[in-house]
Design a protein around this ligand. Structure first.
Ligand SMILES: Cc1cc2nc3c(=O)[nH]c(=O)nc-3n(C[C@H](O)[C@H](O)[C@H](O)COP(=O)(O)OP(=O)(O)OC[C@H]3O[C@@H](n4cnc5c(N)ncnc54)[C@H](O)[C@@H]3O)c2cc1C
Length: 317
């Protein structure tokens, strides 16, 4: 009998979940479709400039998460960040530092996109992995945004209990259009390097001031949800032409380059009432920010909650 637990997604939820299970003696494999670790905790390099392009900071309000954050800070992977006067934390040197460290010593296959999850008659799972054939597992833990997780199950013809299916498919996500902007000098954003507007731009941060980019004037710009939904499919020049005039007055240097990133599943609009879903009859679990709350901290707590459930049924392989 195959004893492997497959976790889909190497975001914060999937990595914490996988670590806890492995530490408890489980045989764990993480499949991640992209090249990097961290999912929406993402860092992007454009020439010499570096940008946190997804999550900008994280909170640590819950003691269980605060304990982890304390450890990350003591290892230099994270640091307090007081922009806006709130108690927040950032990754050091950038947002992917924590996910990268969590992945060390775990079996994570990157650039492994799962396209379908089938229930085999032996009671195990069979996963189609694009370009890599099939992976078999005893149990399956899904941490991708819910529409993506549900699509994998639908592609494999898996029927969920009706109430679970209806709760999970009701959760919708806001998109976010993000611009990574390079300037010909310092941004001139307020001393902490952050600005917010009431218009279509929700948030701007100077990654040099934040300590992420070695190059002055490396600015991440996040559009607000309605604007992002309306213009989601618009071409990059069109989005840029709409957003840049909105922030021109806040910047003291001129743009020299811009890259658009489209986050289709930025944040869940509603959150599931439970911190995770575990279906023992199907050996199937769901975790992520759609359960714990639309933030890094919520996703992390959800991953830990699912780990707690699965550890109870883990048999050493
Ligand atoms: C623009 C933006 C700004 C944000 N700002 C903040 C902030 O300032 N503070 C904060 O706390 N939170 C913020 N968030 C939210 C935060 O990033 C998320 O809540 C959290 O990172 C979600 O973690 P997760 O593990 O649940 O999901 P994810 O990080 O999305 O991880 C899921 C992983 O699954 C992988 N995956 C998906 N489908 C497949 C497949 N078929 N096969 C294999 N792998 C697959 C994905 O590639 C991804 O790596 C922001 C998010 C965005 C996008």
């Amino acid at each position: 009998m195959n004893k492997t637990t497959v976790v889909i997604g190497a975001g914060i939820a999937g990595l914490l979940l996988a670590r806890r299970l492995q530490d408890a003696g489980g045989d764990v494999l993480v499949l991640e479709k992209s090249r990097g670790f961290g999912g929406r905790m993402a860092t992007k390099r454009v020439g010499p400039a570096v940008f946190d392009q997804g999550a900008q900071y994280f909170t640590a309000k819950d003691q269980r998460f605060a304990t982890l954050v304390e450890d990350w800070c003591s290892r230099g992977l994270a640091a307090p960040w007081t922009a806006g006067g709130h108690r927040r934390f950032v990754g050091r040197p950038s947002m992917t530092a924590v996910p990268k460290a969590l992945a060390e010593g775990l079996r994570v296959l990157r650039e492994h996109k799962v396209t379908a999850a089938h229930r085999h008659e032996c009671g195990c799972w069979e996963l189609d992995v694009e370009g890599h054939g099939m992976v078999r597992a005893e149990r399956l833990l899904l941490t991708a945004p819910l529409p993506q997780s549900l699509a994998l199950l639908a592609a494999g013809g898996v029927a969920l209990p009706a109430a679970v299916e209806s709760d999970l498919s009701a959760i919708q996500y806001n998109p976010c259009l993000a611009l990574l902007l390079t300037l010909d000098g310092p941004s001139g954003l307020p001393p902490e390097g952050v600005a917010m507007t009431d218009g279509p731009v929700r948030w701007l941060v100077d990654n040099a001031t934040k300590g992420v980019s070695p190059v002055a004037g490396s600015v991440t710009v996040h559009a607000e949800p309605d604007f992002s939904a309306r213009h989601y499919a618009a071409a990059e020049p069109e989005v840029t032409a709409l957003l840049l005039p909105e922030i021109a007055g806040l910047l003291k240097s001129r743009p020299t380059g811009v890259t658009l990133h489209r986050w289709r599943y930025c944040e869940p609009r509603t959150v599931h009432p439970e911190p995770m879903v575990w279906l023992p009859d199907l050996a199937l679990g769901f975790a992520g920010d759609a359960f714990g709350g639309p933030r890094v901290e919520g996703a992390a707590l959800s991953g830990l909650a699912l780990a707690g459930e699965v550890i109870n049924v883990l048999k050493p392989s």
